[in-house]
Ligand binder design. Sequence first.
Ligand code: AKG
Length: 305
Amino acid sequence: MATAPTFQPFRLALVQLGNIGASKDDNLRHAKDMLVKAASPEDGVKPNLIVLPECFNSPYGHQFFPEYAETIGFVTNQPYDVSKSKSQSVKLISETAKQLSTWILGGSIPEKDETDGKVYNTAIVFNPKGDLVTIHRKVHLFDIDIPGKITFKESTTLSAGNTLTHFDTEFARIGVGICYDVRFPEMAMIAARRGCAAMIYPGAFNLTTGPLHWELLQRARAVDNQIYVAMCSPARDMNALYHAWGHSTVMNPMGQVVATTEEQESIVYADLDPSLTTTTRAGIPVTTQRRFDVYGDVSEDSQRA
Ligand SMILES: O=C(O)CCC(=O)C(=O)O
């Protein structure tokens, strides 16, 4: 894998999007309006990277995924022509990234792959020219059953992705996961060991696991790996079938909350600082104290990134 770009200071914005309803056109229009708003904070410092939440163009629920799914047709290491894309969401977020001249991690959308007929939960990443640089298909599907609290089975209609995803910007290498992926420490561990400055997870926790684990998991991934970790949720809508936790958050490599919010629609800004990563790693040097003679290095055996 190529050497990671040097981590430079950069500004991240998380759009905790509200009003995600049945109309995809309305959802996309509102996502665009909020991206435009996020690009113009009050202090005038435009974010380098703006993130949307999981499933920003459709209601969240396995029954909705096939109906809202779009064909993207992205193949790693092959040129992708957005103007010929069949995906309405890809076209719109691409156009917005270009208009704002900023990176956009377009949360996730239900994606139908025409070659295998399967539906995935897929994040889409655009550079400031509007090119689709990579996609990430959720690797760990959200299948849980906590009796009397929450039962959810994404695998009813979704298939799992099989690759890890990192992308290089002019300011850092960034790792991508989606929501439930945050529970699997290997993904963040591999990303950190391959030079990612941050792991970003569009996500939509709920009112049971949100208060229990949302912040804890981000804190854990950040402290384990001494990286920044961010999660971007939809706003909570008590009229929707799924009640998202909200609380989009950015955690620093010391495991401290840099920026967060409550459950309503909002935009969270954070300035990511490479010198904090450096001092964290120098002060608590776990990155050089690992005992790979006693246990394996999971980043060595994972080829797919
Ligand atoms: O892990 C959790 O508790 C929630 C995960 C989730 O909502 C998701 O993967 O969409």
